[in-house]
Design a protein around this ligand. Structure first.
Ligand SMILES: Nc1nc2c([nH]c(=O)n2[C@@H]2O[C@H](COP(=O)(O)OP(=O)(O)OP(=O)(O)O)[C@@H](O)[C@H]2O)c(=O)[nH]1
Length: 123
């Protein structure tokens, strides 16, 4: 049995809009929309990983608000356990592209990874 990779996802909200990126051709699930996130390192909490990945990918410093959802998913590229964490950003700083702010009511119109479907319905 293959092991499960732990993934932390930062669902960052500011004024009813959410931080959304686009997975590149080089990544798995290329062309899909994504929230900032990635693999949790050894001895790292999900929350710390969400903050670190968001800073690395978007340049924005965030704070944890609450836990949103836990999802396990079997992709062709492996089995992952995702923790979706609601976060906020204090500043009016703009994210590094391709990340951008998307209105909450626009989120269902984007092409998301399958594992994101339940969390999108909750926002
Ligand atoms: N970042 C991100 N990954 C997601 C989302 N939804 C989802 O299923 N995933 C999956 O979660 C995993 C995240 O891994 P990643 O490859 O982006 O993370 P990473 O940067 O640490 O990995 P790398 O070092 O291999 O590039 C992938 O399997 C990706 O397909 C999402 O909304 N955001």
């Amino acid at each position: 049995m293959s092991s499960v990779t732990r993934i932390a996802i930062a669902v960052v909200e500011r004024d009813g809009r959410y931080l959304v990126g686009l997975r590149t051709k080089q990544q798995t699930l290329a062309g899909k929309a994504e929230f900032p996130g990635g693999k949790v390192e050894a001895n790292e909490t999900f929350e710390a990983a969400a903050i670190r990945e968001c800073l690395e990918e978007t340049g924005l410093e965030i704070e944890i608000v609450s836990h949103l959802d836990s999802v396990e998913w079997d992709y062709d590229h492996g089995r992952i356990a995702l923790e979706f964490i609601l976060c906020r950003v204090g500043s009016q700083q703009e994210p590094r592209p391709p990340f951008r702010w998307v209105a909450g009511n626009e989120l269902p119109n984007l092409d998301w990874p399958d594992a994101n479907q339940t969390v999108i319905q909750k926002l």
